[in-house]
Ligand binder design. Structure first.
Ligand SMILES: *[C@@H]1O[C@H](CO)[C@@H](O)[C@H](O)[C@H]1NC(C)=O
Ligand SMILES: *[C@@H]1O[C@H](CO)[C@@H](O)[C@H](O)[C@H]1NC(C)=O
Ligand SMILES: *[C@@H]1O[C@H](CO)[C@@H](O)[C@H](O)[C@H]1NC(C)=O
Ligand SMILES: *[C@@H]1O[C@H](CO)[C@@H](O)[C@H](O)[C@H]1NC(C)=O
Length: 462
């Protein structure tokens, strides 16, 4: 009797607790999964302080201030476009999956019922376009860069703005420019965004890459093997069971669509959708690895041609640095103090590989998932939405530094990178150029990208 009274007294409080827990659960779940979204990661994943203040330079700002007695001469920023909508193909597959789940009686299956109740709001016409959040990504990035390098972004400095021809990149370039605002009038003219696909989409112009990697299914054998492997099978079984579906009705691609939708809903709408509740953190790690495997073999160290095809971009970067050094030496004004170029994850990843960053001792393969737990090659950390690689050339006062006059720093996603040749976050321009001398001198895009005369179809010939 006493027990029952106690229970009756407790139950409203208990109910409140249970309801609160249920309300909080999605937020907790999303926080757990969001660091595994790979190339669909929000920029805030690599700079969490931006969640509180999107204009803050963050806790590391002090450490990445320009070195003492050095003045920046030139800044080159390579950007990935901001948060975007899914592509038409992804939207079509999602529509099919959603329709399939909605048709089934789902009374006994809460996960399926929740997904059936979810409203499919993506339309194919959104096809990879920049989302409103993507505009904000770019505007805020522009304002933070201007705050970090006020001398370079001062009024009347010339801004060269180039972009890939993709709509989301052009829109990102325009949003970046708008973020600089009228106070940074940059000469008072609207800066045109120039299209330059040969620099921003070099991969499209490299016949060898297109034929042997992009359009060659055999080149993705590690990715395909992982889709069929034990880790993915386990994820498939769990998702099938949550949806009360026979596992044969699912495959890795469908599960990936569900996971992508979880990531898109968070990045675009800042909500945790019921799609996320299909996955545990362990599942998310497996799906992240699948995404990284694809990046690795298609854009990273997997095949030499992936990164070699970007040498034209590295060459262009050094040509502009050279020019700025020459102009500085002859006391001329710097003709291009600010160069901002907007491209894709597929633009940045090969370039970073060409420069030797994020290289693991072992290649990423279908069968070494566990050994790659602490890998360097995590796309979500390297190329989230609005990813940015910034080269800053400084002119330094030799008397005070007793160092070389010209120095360079590199920042990835607004954090200083350590150079490979020195492990330091600043390098003399001469040392940096010397380190990449071979690549710069032997970069012959045309020859590099020419298809071999003999038929090559086997992957090991790549
Ligand atoms: C793209 O950039 C390259 C390297 O700076 C340049 O040679 C080429 O003329 C540019 N193309 C266009 C269409 O502007
Ligand atoms: C996103 O949602 C979280 C949690 O609901 C909230 O704290 C945050 O302010 C939202 N962010 C934006 C940019 O709306
Ligand atoms: C760079 O630093 C890392 C970590 O501190 C160290 O393991 C590595 O040996 C260093 N490399 C060089 C070239 O000094
Ligand atoms: C290359 O392969 C194609 C199709 O398999 C064949 O028709 C062609 O003769 C081959 N060329 C050479 C040079 O082997």
């Amino acid at each position: 009797m006493a027990l029952r009274r106690a229970a009756a007294a407790l139950s409203p409080a208990l109910l409140v607790v249970v309801v609160l827990l249920l309300l909080l659960l999605p937020a907790v779940a999303s926080a757990g999964l969001s660091s595994y979204f790979g190339t669909k990661s929000r920029y805030e994943e690599v700079n969490p302080h931006l969640v509180r203040d999107s204009l803050s330079l963050g806790p590391a700002a002090g450490g990445s201030r320009p070195p003492a007695s050095c003045a920046p001469l030139q800044l080159r920023a390579l950007l990935r476009h901001g948060t975007r909508y899914p592509t038409a193909g992804q939207i079509r597959r999602l529509g099919e999956l959603h329709a399939r789940l909605s048709r089934r009686p789902a009374a006994a299956c809460p996960a399926a019922a929740a997904l059936a109740a979810w409203q499919m709001w993506y339309e194919e016409s959104l096809d990879g376009q920049l989302a409103p959040q993507g505009r904000r990504d770019m505007e805020h990035l522009a304002r933070r860069l201007a705050a970090r390098f006020p001398a370079l972004f001062a009024a009347r400095r010339r801004l060269v703005l180039a972009s890939s021809s993709k709509h989301r990149c052009l829109q990102s370039g325009a949003a970046f420019r708008d973020g600089l605002g009228p106070s940074l009038s940059l000469g008072g003219h609207e800066v045109e965004v120039e299209v330059n696909d040969s620099l921003m989409r070099f991969f499209d112009y490299c016949a060898k890459f297109v034929a042997l990697v992009e359009e060659n299914d055999a080149a993705m054998c590690q990715v395909n093997a992982f889709k069929e492997g034990p880790e993915m099978r386990k994820v498939l079984k769990k998702v099938a069971s949550a949806l009360c579906l026979p596992v044969e009705e699912l495959n890795a691609d469908l599960v990936q669509v569900a996971f992508l939708t979880c990531s898109y809903e968070l990045a675009i709408k800042n909500v945790t959708s019921p799609w996320c509740s299909l996955f545990s953190e362990e599942d998310a790690k497996v799906l992240e690895y699948l995404n990284d495997l694809k990046q690795y073999w298609k854009r990273g160290y997997g095949y030499d041609i992936n990164s070699r095809s970007s040498c034209i971009l590295l060459q262009d970067i050094f040509q502009h640095l050279d020019k700025a050094v020459e102009e500085s030496k002859s006391s001329k004004p710097i003709s291009s103090p600010l160069i901002v170029q907007v491209g894709h994850a597929e633009t940045l990843q090969p370039l970073l590989a060409l420069m030797g960053f994020f290289k693991d001792d072992e290649p990423l393969r279908a069968n070494n998932y566990v050994r790659q737990t602490h890998r360097k090659f995590r796309s979500g950390r390297i190329v989230p939405y609005a990813a940015n690689l910034v080269f800053v050339l400084y002119h330094c006062d030799q008397v005070k530094t007793s160092k070389e006059e010209y120095q360079v720093q590199m920042l990835l996603n607004e954090k200083l990178m350590s150079f490979h040749h020195s492990n330091k976050t600043i390098s003399t321009y001469a040392d940096l150029k010397d380190y990449y001398k071979d690549i710069l001198e032997n970069c012959h895009f045309k020859e590099e990208c020419e298809l071999p005369k003999v038929n090559i179809t086997a992957v090991d010939e790549l």
